[in-house]
Ligand binder design. Structure first.
Ligand code: GDD
Ligand code: MN
Length: 389
């Protein structure tokens, strides 16, 4: 076991198929910490499908600093979930998070640590957008643009919480884990720092850094991560309901596009409308499962029962809503547009309530709700090297 008293800094590295980078990363971290006289440990939280865990074990065996490995057989929460699992295992309250591909240069760790040691910050982040910081390592101008634009929008959505933060999307930061409320965090993909900063007011300090090129391997960023990010923003700012609304809006657009395509292919309008509606209902359900209610699935009823409830509700809703619109219009007091708008809004609220409270109603008890599935260490192979654990 690493003696807790000795470790001043726990460095958490989430990895997904980073085998070519492990030795270089460990070597550089070890050298930098030795030069700065910081006693640290490295914790790899790994969800890889390649031989990264074997490489970590081999490098750990010959490293001069403690190197620990948590391989998650059943990963949850992606990169963010891995980081939270690392916080739980860390020997020190000061936890530094960095990527495993050397886009985050280990050479600035001492500067981050020194800034934290001043004692007036809960989070010290390495920023690409302050002082001499640079984002050159982003792989294309599209990503640079997306990064800058999403940073602006995010800051505008949390003007107070992110007041002192120029780079809420950075994956390179040092945080005092006693200052965060782990049970309030809902990791979903890459932006775990944003989750930490947006949930409660933190004292933030920044150190500029140059985002480097990847050392080896490939980026895991994807369009899916982009959707996770949008849903995360909605959840953080307006709660689950706005993520639900976002998916609903996407569904409405998909519905229209389907009707257009089906009629274009010569299918009669009524059939086109029915097919499009049913496809949208099922598609919406799958998106809700993945993006909005993912954290409630484990305790809810079986998949088939959830699908059936959702499907039945949406069909019943459409069947009721249309005659109600007709009645309202015929009564002569409201126009068709207003009647449709009102019923759609009412139906939206009822649909949300139904899904939240009925479709995903808890049926099964889940052990330790806050950390369910996040890092159940008993299921994970923690590196059994007597030197390091
Ligand atoms: N354990 C685990 N599980 N690790 C993961 C997962 C996962 O599902 N997905 C990615 N990782 C690891 C990668 O192996 C890498 O060490 C790190 O998380 C970042 O992944 P990259 O694929 O290198 O992402 P990136 O370079 O596109 O994004 C980085 O920069 C962004 C800023 O532009 C990350 O630091 C982001 O958090 C950051 O927002
Ligand atoms: Mn990277």
């Amino acid at each position: 076991m690493v003696s807790a008293a000795r470790v001043e800094l726990s460095i958490i590295v989430p990895t997904y198929n980073e085998a070519p980078n492990v030795a270089e990363l460990v070597g550089r971290v070890e050298r930098v910490l030795a030069e700065a006289g910081i006693s640290g440990e490295l914790i790899f939280v790994d969800d890889s499908s390649d031989d990264t865990p074997d490489v970590v074990r081999a490098v750990a065996a010959r490293s001069g600093m403690p190197v620990r490995l948590l391989h998650r057989d059943r990963p949850s929460g992606g990169l963010g979930g891995a980081v939270l699992a690392g916080f739980e295992l860390a020997a020190s309250d000061w936890c530094l998070v960095m990527d495993g591909d050397l886009q985050h240069p280990p050479e600035i760790i001492p500067e981050l640590f020194a800034r934290a040691s001043q004692g007036d910050a809960d989070v010290v982040l390495a920023s690409r957008y302050v002082g001499d910081g640079r984002a050159d390592g982003l792989s294309s101008w599209v990503r640079t643009l997306v990064s800058k634009a999403s940073t602006l929008v995010t800051k505008a959505m949390f003007p107070v919480r992110l007041r002192d933060c120029s780079d809420p999307m950075t994956g390179f930061f040092l945080v005092n884990r006693t200052a965060i409320d782990a049970s309030s965090l809902q990791p979903r993909g890459f932006k775990i720092l944003l989750e930490i900063l947006a949930r409660r007011q933190s004292r933030v300090a920044e150190v500029p850094f140059e985002f480097a090129e990847r050392f080896g391997g490939e980026s895991k960023a994807s369009v899916l991560q982009g959707v996770h990010f949008l849903v995360q923003l909605g959840m953080l700012r307006f709660g689950r309901m706005s993520a639900f609304a976002l998916i609903g809006a996407l569904g409405a657009v998909a519905n229209l596009a389907l009707v257009f395509l089906l009629t274009l292919w010569g299918i009669e309008y009524v059939w086109a409308a029915i097919i499009a509606a049913e496809l949208t209902i099922v598609g919406n359900f799958l998106l809700l499962e993945h993006f909005v209610f993912a954290d409630m699935r484990a305790s809810a009823g079986a998949f088939r029962s959830r699908l059936l409830k959702s499907f039945a509700f949406n069909n019943a809703e459409a069947a009721i809503r249309i005659p109600v619109v007709a009645l309202m219009v015929e009564s002569g007091h409201v126009s068709a547009v207003v009647a449709t708008a009102v019923t759609l809004v009412v139906a939206f609220v009822i649909r949300f309530v139904f899904h939240s409270l009925v479709v995903y109603a808890p049926e099964r008890a889940v052990a330790s709700a806050a950390f369910a599935g996040r890092s159940r260490v008993e299921n994970d192979a923690v590196l059994a090297d007597p030197k390091v654990l």
